[in-house]
Design a protein around this ligand. Structure first.
Ligand code: AMP
Length: 436
């Protein structure tokens, strides 16, 4: 089905053509007509599926075609968990509002509050925001939401994981009237808090599940390598840096200190590399992302900050130097490559500390993970038996190409002690403990 069959406003069709897209992705095909007939939506979709336009296009259609409920208030609010994602959504939105009377403002933490206040006083039609900073403005009475017609939650699961439920509740209450349409997007719907949020926010929602999180991404080749310890991981990394044809690469590490050290390892291998970490100011983070997006740097080394939302088509490789604690995060990280039809490669290094995470990932993906081996750098580590966790899906045996005889780990060793998970609320609201 071509885009023109979706009965979109000609200005929106021109923008889509300008982007070079001729037909809607699966999720767009499902979501656009449902939103256009006024339904609330709950959507689970694979990363890179085109979900942003799946809500921006019908939202714009409604704003262009129907009369505003209020002359002063924002008509649509899009909430995203991280500044980076909010900025990316805002950038796509700007393309769509060009040549229309619709205006928009971006409101994220880490940027000047007074400047934002000035922008909000100009009464933008649409606000794209992170929840913490948005609620600060709401409490400051810079804007009101009685006239809000569309509330869109992008990556709702992640917002909840970052501890934004109180802010979402405040926003819901401030915009609580029967004409509001609400769209909720989440990587996974297999999440009790998302269910509760959906119950509180949505009216008789239409449910769309396209490419469940655990489905194999066709364009991403995934490889897992066992590693004995940190220095073995570094030796493997050095090997990959010489063997692979890397256009651009994002490497994920567990700690900031590792992110900085591994940047030097990449530089020593002849790559231009830059580290992105939460300790940088917002301005510095913006600058790092711009420099990576422009191609000035080939390698971005980061903790989880860059794992969601970033849409960088040149990223040919993702390396998980450490595995993420949460399996959904694995899917998001590898989704930074293989975007919009390009091929990508995801390499994950699995040491004793990563073993519990590996088991969670395997259960989440619902297929057995096999390990590859670099002949010159074989691992002595062959897996440990972590304590049994409650499975969400039927667990399957881990099989390995060259992996036999798993050694049971001793009680209390690093391998079977799940680490606590801390993460900064990404809109400047400080560290919060992630719920287990
Ligand atoms: P998203 O899931 O919104 O992050 O989008 C992933 C990528 O797909 C982005 O590069 C979009 O610009 C691109 N995209 C979105 N819609 C389409 C479409 N209909 N055809 C081709 N690419 C698209």
């Amino acid at each position: 089905m071509p885009f023109k069959d979706l009965a979109l406003d000609p200005r929106l069709l021109r923008s889509v053509q300008h982007l070079g897209f001729d037909k809607p992705t699966e999720i767009q095909q499902e979501a656009i007509p449902a939103v256009m007939i006024g339904r609330d939506l709950i959507v689970s979709s694979q990363t890179g599926s085109g979900k942003t336009l799946a809500y921006l296009l019908p939202m714009m259609q409604r704003l262009l075609k129907s009369r505003a409920l209020s002359k002063q208030d924002a008509r649509a609010l899009i909430l995203a968990p991280t500044r980076e994602l909010a900025k990316q959504v805002y950038a796509q939105l700007r393309l769509l509002i060009a040549n229309t009377p619709v205006t928009a403002a971006l409101i994220v933490g880490g940027e000047n509050f007074n400047d934002q206040e000035k922008n909000l006083k100009r009464q933008p039609t649409i606000v794209v925001a992170t929840p913490g900073r948005f609620v600060d403005h709401l409490e400051h009475k810079t804007l009101f939401l009685q006239g809000l017609e569309m509330l869109i939650l992008d990556e709702a699961d992640r917002m909840l994981d970052l501890g934004f439920l109180p802010q979402l509740t405040v926003i819901n209450k401030a915009a609580d009237h029967r004409l509001r349409q609400t769209l909720l997007f989440s990587a996974t719907l297999d999440h009790a808090e998302v269910d509760n949020l959906a119950l509180a926010l949505l009216k008789n929602p239409y449910r769309i599940a396209v490419g469940a999180g655990y489905q194999q991404h066709q364009d991403i080749e995934q490889q897992f390598y066992l590693a004995d310890n940190l220095s073995h991981k570094e030796a493997l990394l050095a090997h990959f840096l010489t063997q692979q044809s890397i256009k651009q690469m994002i490497m994920f590490t567990a700690t900031r200190a590792d992110a900085e050290r591994l940047t030097s390892v990449c530089e020593a291998a002849g790559f231009t590399a830059i580290a992105l970490s939460g300790k940088l100011s917002q301005q510095q983070r913006n600058s790092v992302m711009q420099q990576f997006a422009s191609g000035k740097f080939q390698v971005l080394v980061t903790t989880d900050l860059a794992s969601r939302g970033l849409d960088l088509l040149q990223v040919s490789h993702v390396i998980n130097f450490d595995l993420p604690k949460h399996p959904e995060e694995y899917v998001h990280r590898i989704g930074r490559t293989g975007r919009a039809g390009a091929k990508g490669q995801a390499i994950s290094l699995v040491g004793p500390k990563d073993w519990p995470s590996l088991q969670r990932i395997e259960r989440f993906l619902r297929h057995a993970i096999t390990f590859s081996v670099v002949e010159s750098l074989p691992a002595r580590f062959s897996g440990s038996k972590a304590p049994a966790e409650k499975a969400t899906a039927a667990p399957k045996a881990i099989t390995a190409k060259k992996y036999h005889n798993p050694r049971p780990a001793k009680a209390g060793t690093a391998a079977n002690k799940p680490a606590p998970y801390f993460e900064g609320g990404d809109d400047g609201s400080g560290p919060v403990r992630r719920k287990k």
